[in-house]
Structures are given as C-alpha cells and as structure tokens.
Ligand binder design. Structure first.
Ligand code: IPM
Ligand code: MG
Length: 356
C-alpha cells in the first residue's frame, strides 16, 4: 500500500491531477497495487482557505507520505501579495527546500507522432531524448535578497551561492543518470563570468575522475540555449544550476511539441515530489481544456523512481503513446486530422489503452 499526498494547488492543477489519479487507479487494478490518496491545500488555494500558502499540516502530510504529487502553484489572483507571501515563494520553494529535493529531473523526449506539433523542423527535433538534471534548492532562488533605497531610486540584490557539496551531489546524480543512458553529460554554466560557475566547473571536472566511463562536456549557458534549438540530438544528460535549468527546460519543451508534455521528478530527500513542468495556466483553468499528459507522465516517473515499478511506468508511457498515435489531442498539441479532446477525455483514453 502506497500513501500518496495529493496537492492540486491552483489554476489547472486540480483538473490535471484528477486525470493522473484516474490513471494511477487503473494501474493499481492492472498490477494489483494499492494507493491511498490524501489531499491537502497548497499555494494560492491554501492562502484563500487557510491563510498560508504552505500550511504545516500539508508539509506534515508530505513528510509522512511515500510520494507527493503536485499540480501547479500560483496565479494572477495572488500576484499583488508581498514577494515573500506569494504562492511561489511561500509554498513551492519552501516545499522543495524542506523536503530536501535538491534535484529536479526533467526528461525531454519527443514522441515521433508529435513531430509536427513542434514549431521546429523534423530533421532537427527527430530523436530528441534529453534528461535535464536541474539543481533545485540553491542558487539565485535561495540566496539572500535585498532591496534598499538609494539616491534616485532603489537597489535590489539577489545572491547566487553554491557550495562544493551542493555541486557534488547534483553532479554525482548527473553522472549516475548518464551511466544508465548514453554516458554523456553536458554541464551548463557561465564560467567566463560567474564565480559560482567557476566552482561548478572545477567541481564537475574533479568528480569526472570518479566516472571515467562518462564523457563530460562543459558548455556556456548562452551557447547551450542556441545548441538546444540547433542540434538537440547532441545532448544526453544536461546538468545545470537552478535558474539556468528553469529557463532551459521551458525552452527545451518546445522540442517536444508543448510544455504540456513535460513531466518532472524532484528527488533527493526521503520523499520525492512529482509535478508537471508547466504552470497553473490560469487563462484556461476550470475549462477542461488543459493537457493532462505532463501530470500523467509525472506519475509514471513516480512509479519508476519512488516505487521501482518499471513495468507499470512503461505501461503508462505506452498508453500515452497509443493515445497520441490515435490522434487524440488537447489544443496545445492539436494537429490537422487529429481529434480535439478535453482534459478528462484524454485521461479516459489513457485509461482505456492501459487496461486494453
Ligand atoms: C518551475 C517553475 C517554478 C520555478 C516557479 C513557479 C517558481 O517555473 O518549476 O520551473 O521557477 O522553479
Ligand atoms: Mg519554470
């Protein structure tokens, strides 16, 4: 029996999580697994219902669960709040930090049937299969922030900090992941300008001596942004600091057709957290229009990483592939001759394929 904390959060979070749960329940039936789901408030929804974006009970529930599934956090309704009370700063970042989730794995895989959904040319994107390993609890997101008045205005500071041990643990994970893939790691930094990047590069070079079977290539982040779009097939595992990882993974999602396809696993602590890479999409929230596949693929990652159930995970991925091959699409990946579906219809189709 697996205890799962469900944090639907804001915007399209609740509707995409419902589909992910539906798929998990079908998996439970097929593979004789048992899941117990407990829902808790987080983000803007928690601000409105409990007065705080990350209630203590929600954190406690996560800590005692076997895995956490998160929908999305934030929205225009809470944008006016002081910075430290916004859902992102008051819920998402502390959740990552307090659960010790220092690594965010974001697989960027292009399904053959979605090639035309990508705005990039077939010859460029075909065969894209990258694993991003984004550092998640350090860097600019967590360094000291300051705002002071000065003559003529204000002065704002964000601090980018990395320690050797923070770089080592994420670096190790990247090397270990590459060992199970094509044995190639691109480490992305800005070592020509940033001191933190110079430490990052030195540390990666030193670590590489423990992984002589894995090839390490350093790349500046500006060049990486260009290479990702020009020649994505050169990459296998990409490891990078928090902010670069945030930016590059949104960019990389274009290679897969839509950010609505990108799943993620945040790991490193006792309990792991699974969430789609996309945000809360307030413009389409509550309309049964959002693409639930990123959430569904996120629970597939959960079965693989947290519960070691590769077979169930593969089965979900194959079901998703079949649904796409049959031409069922949400608007973000709609193509000619395909059938437009709602969020829940896509979930139903995945369940049907899974149980077929
Ligand atoms: C992500 C998101 C978050 C981040 C936001 C919502 C704070 O963009 O998970 O990529 O920047 O980490
Ligand atoms: Mg992001």
């Amino acid at each position: 029996m697996y205890n799962i904390a469900l944090l639907p959060g804001d915007g399209i979070g609740p509707e995409i999580l419902s589909e992910a749960v539906k798929v998990l329940q079908a998996c439970a039936k097929k593979f004789s697994l048992a899941f117990e789901f407990s829902e808790a408030p987080v983000g803007g929804f928690a601000i409105d219902s409990c007065g705080h974006a990350l209630p203590e009970e929600t954190l406690e529930l996560c800590r005692k669960s076997d895995a956490v599934i998160l929908g999305a956090i934030g929205g225009p309704k809470w944008d006016h709040l002081p910075a430290e009370q916004r859902p992102e700063a008051a819920a998402l970042l502390p959740l990552r930090k307090k659960l010790g989730l220092f690594a965010n794995l974001r697989p960027v895989i292009l399904y053959e049937t979605l090639i035309k959904a990508s705005p990039l040319k077939r010859e460029i994107v075909q065969g894209t299969d990258i694993l991003f390993v984004r550092e998640l609890t350090g860097g600019l997101y967590f360094g000291e922030k300051k705002r002071v008045e000065i003559a003529g205005g204000e002065k704002a500071t964000d601090t980018l900090i990395y320690t050797t041990s923070e770089i080592e643990r994420i670096g190790r994970l990247a090397f270990e992941s590459a060992r199970k893939r094509k044995k190639l790691v691109h480490s992305i930094d800005k070592a020509n300008v940033l001191e933190s990047s110079r430490l990052w590069r030195e540390t990666m070079n030193r670590l590489q001596k423990e992984y002589v079977d894995v090839k390490l290539i350093h790349m500046y982040v500006d060049n990486a942004a260009m290479q990702l779009i020009n020649h994505p097939r050169q990459f296998d595992v990409i490891v990078t600091e928090n902010m670069f990882g945030d930016i590059l993974t949104d960019q990389a999602s274009v290679l897969t057709g839509s950010i609505g396809m990108l799943a993620s696993a945040s790991i490193g602590g006792k309990v792991a957290l699974y969430e789609p890479v996309h945000g809360s999409a307030p413009d389409i929230a509550g309309q049964n229009k959002a693409n639930p596949l990123a959430a569904i693929l996120s629970v597939s990652l959960m079965l693989r990483y947290s519960f070691n159930h590769a077979k169930a995970s593969d089965t979900i991925e194959t079901a998703v592939l079949r649904v796409l091959e049959k031409g069922y699409r949400t608007a973000d990946i709609m193509q000619r001759e395909c059938r437009i579906c709602s969020t829940s219809e896509i979930g139903n189709h995945v369940v049907e394929e899974l149980l077929a």
